[in-house]
Design a protein around this ligand. Structure first.
Ligand code: SF4
Length: 407
């Protein structure tokens, strides 16, 4: 796919769209860019050809794992006294997993392995869908189908703890079998289904191979996370993460204003945003790993989700700022509106201001009509795609407050 993640097809990322195309749930022509821009005609043809030849994704049916997700534990062949263990993760405590789209999003899997700070000697191939890391003296292999293999663990308990660490760290990379999004995209507000229902990836908490059923869940919304976190020992990770997000947003606003006022674009601003987002992601994963309650851990996933929104908002700014020509008044007007939508949405989320969030979502709907008209008439498709990327990710944030979460 195009890796633009512009959101125009209704999916927060091109990867989600690619999964839906591969499984026949949608058609490549539903990608706004593929279907309307001549420069992507070859990409469209290539995708059609791949579909004719057949593409492999996920697997048919549902796997049911009896009693425990630990598939085996046996003595290490290479080191006496140590054990090797393998677990098959599932997305529900009942031990079932629907592999329609696969288990882990391979790109998200590799990104998350590198951002946690828990692992050493990280090697990961999105193409093969396999990651390999070192945890203390143990080698851990992670497969895109949800298998985690631990070698040279001290004993069974050590192996289980390592599997739990990896499983929690990679929670956001699990693909929702309902909508095809990685969990972190659902946590960004980018999934329409998960705004009205508890996301299936989030509902069971991070997969734990030895957990028994957690029974029925109570439901709350993401608007409660700022209060809920106050009682948790791990609140410092969350609070520092939010501070980094605030700082990153501040940099985004200032850099956008410079572009609007034609005072140039400071590329160091993007680097500053990237660095802050990297810190947010690391803190969010630390929060998920160390927060004892499985449902409270979802607060960390929301933190990661907002970080993804902001990453894409900053990407949009980069596209707009890379324009070789000065922005026309019409483009300036749309760009300014997109920045306002993103900014208002973020502050509505931070202030838990439902009214403001609702107004921002309405503002996006009106913006989208004007934008679509402009996209039809104007030749600056790249710039317009960047502008939409800013606005749509703001829109995602505007609907986060009402997003259902387990408690
Ligand atoms: S419309 Fe945008 S997000 Fe959707 S597949 Fe096309 S380029 Fe990717």
């Amino acid at each position: 796919m195009l890796k633009l993640d512009c959101g125009l097809c209704g999916n927060p990322s091109c990867r989600t769209m690619a999964r839906k195309i591969a499984t026949g749930d949608t058609k490549p022509e539903q990608c706004f860019n593929l279907s309307t821009r001549p420069e992507y005609r070859q990409n469209l043809q290539k995708i059609r050809q791949l579909l004719r030849e057949g593409v492999e994704i996920g697997a048919k049916g549902t796997i049911v794992i009896e009693d425990t997700g630990i598939t085996y534990i046996h003595p290490c062949i290479s080191e006496t006294g140590k054990v090797t263990a393998e677990a098959r993760l599932t997305t529900s405590p009942e031990g079932t997993v629907d592999l329609k789209y696969g288990f882990y999003d391979p790109i998200q899997l590799c990104m998350m392995l590198s951002m946690t700070g828990f692992f050493k000697d990280i090697r990961c191939s999105p193409n093969l869908g396999v990651g390999r890391v070192t945890v203390d003296d143990k080698t851990v292999l992670i497969y895109k189908d949800g298998r985690i293999n631990v070698r040279r663990a001290k004993d069974k308990e050590d192996a289980i703890q390592t599997i739990r660490l990896v499983s929690r760290s990679l929670w956001g990379a699990i693909i929702c079998s309902y909508c095809g999004n990685a969990g972190v995209d659902c946590a960004s507000g980018g999934c329409k289904n998960c705004i009205t229902h508890v996301c299936p990836v989030i509902s069971g908490g991070p997969p734990d191979p030895t957990a028994t059923s957690r029974g029925s869940i109570q439901q709350t919304t993401a608007s409660t996370i700022f209060d809920r976190v106050k009682t948790l020992e791990t609140k410092r990770y969350f609070e520092e993460g939010v501070k980094q997000l605030d700082d990153a947003f501040d940099v985004f606003e200032k850099a956008s204003l410079k572009v609007l006022e034609e005072r140039g674009f400071d590329s160091s601003a993007l680097k500053a945003i990237e660095d802050k987002i990297a810190k947010v992601n690391k803190l969010a994963i630390k929060f998920i790993v160390e927060t004892p309650g499985a449902y409270d851990a979802a607060i960390g996933l929301i933190l990661s989700g907002v970080a993804i929104d902001l990453t894409r908002v900053a990407d949009g700014l980069k596209i707009v700022a890379s324009s070789k020509k000065a922005l026309s008044p019409k483009l300036k007007e749309l760009f300014s509106e997109a920045v306002t939508i993103a900014t208002e949405a973020y502050y509505a989320f931070r202030a838990v201001d439902f009214e403001k969030a609702k107004r921002t979502a309405e503002r996006y709907t009106a913006f989208r009509k004007r934008w679509t008209e402009a996209f039809r008439k104007m030749s600056e498709k790249d710039v317009l795609t960047g502008i939409e990327k800013i606005a749509v990710n703001g829109f995602y944030m505007s609907r986060l407050l009402t997003k259902p979460l387990p408690t």
